[in-house]
Design a protein around this ligand. Structure first.
Ligand SMILES: C[S@@+](CC[C@H](N)C(=O)[O-])C[C@H]1O[C@@H](n2cnc3c(N)ncnc32)[C@H](O)[C@@H]1O
Length: 271
């Protein structure tokens, strides 16, 4: 009896760094997030920014899904991302909006934020699990230190973590999404495998996007990886980096966190 062969994308071993894979992901990101996260966190970030005021910095702004709506509520948002492909998409989104001029995009690594003219910031936003793209403790330490360096004293650091990643079941090549892309696009299918490294707390998604348009078929494969720390450990890392914890929330409307919460949101204040 032969075991079924397990096809792994060539880039699997390339997900050694949390920023790997995002350039490849960029052309599919908005299509996928429209069907998954949608805009459920956006109002939360808009309300927080309106309460605290700008200037605001977003870590890992990607295609501008959060930065642009936040720019409706404050006059200056700086979005930092390492992926030039994601930033290209953010740029075209900004061009289509009257609030676009309020957003400045900067290519950079959140572990070593560049000195930015618009800072120091009143609010740093880390939406949709961006801190889980830091695969080693050292990466997290450097990022927290870097954020403390660009925030005003008393400034707020808002962090949204994706809680379900460590409990995600492992599977091989499952069709997890299938839909048309836009009116002129083809049929897009996402075939996904999930691996868990429980010792390191790392969840890896091996993704293959297959597009069929008429007789043409194209395939794009890449891997992205995330590391999840418990709320307790994250609080501890923040406190060591010079932040006081202001609140831990369990949803986007402000309910207090508990161990079954569907969202893990930490609001910390720079000492
Ligand atoms: C989950 S996406 C989030 C994008 C956007 N914040 C949103 O909510 O739609 C994560 C983004 O973080 C970026 N990223 C990952 N590691 C990074 C790093 N070390 N420095 C800067 N950007 C990073 C990726 O390029 C990607 O655009």
């Amino acid at each position: 009896m032969s075991l079924p062969s397990i096809r792994r994308p060539q880039s699997v071993s390339a997900a050694r760094e949390g920023w790997h894979g995002w350039d490849d992901y960029a052309q599919f990101y908005d299509w996928e997030s429209a069907q998954t996260v949608q805009r459920r966190d956006v109002g939360f970030w808009q309300r927080l920014a309106a309460r605290i005021g700008g200037p605001v910095i977003e870590l890992g702004c990607g295609t501008g899904r959060v930065s642009l709506p936040v720019a409706r509520t404050v006059e200056m948002v700086v979005g930092v991302d390492r992926s030039s492909e994601m930033l290209d998409r953010a740029r075209s989104r900004l061009r289509r909006s009257r609030y676009g001029p309020r957003v400045k995009l900067v290519r950079g690594d959140i572990r070593a934020l560049p000195v930015l003219d618009s800072g120091p910031f009143r609010l740093a936003m880390a939406p949709y699990g961006i801190l889980q793209s830091l695969l080693r403790d050292r990466d997290l330490r450097e990022t927290l230190c870097s954020v403390a360096g660009v925030l005003q004293r008393g400034g707020t650091f808002g962090i949204d973590l994706v809680p379900e990643l460590p409990t995600w079941g492992e599977y091989q090549r499952r069709v997890s999404l299938r839909a048309r892309r836009g009116s002129r696009g083809g049929q897009l299918t996402l075939i996904e495998s999930v691996r868990q490294d429980r010792d390191r707390g790392i969840t890896t998604f091996d993704q293959e996007f297959v597009e069929r348009k008429g007789a043409r078929r194209s395939s794009h494969q890449f891997s992205i990886a995330f590391r999840t720390l418990s709320i307790r450990k994250m609080r501890n890392r923040l406190e060591r980096a010079g932040f006081d914890i202001e609140a831990v929330l369990g949803d986007y409307r402000g309910r207090a966190w508990d161990s079954r919460a569907q969202a893990w949101i930490i609001l910390a204040r720079r000492r």
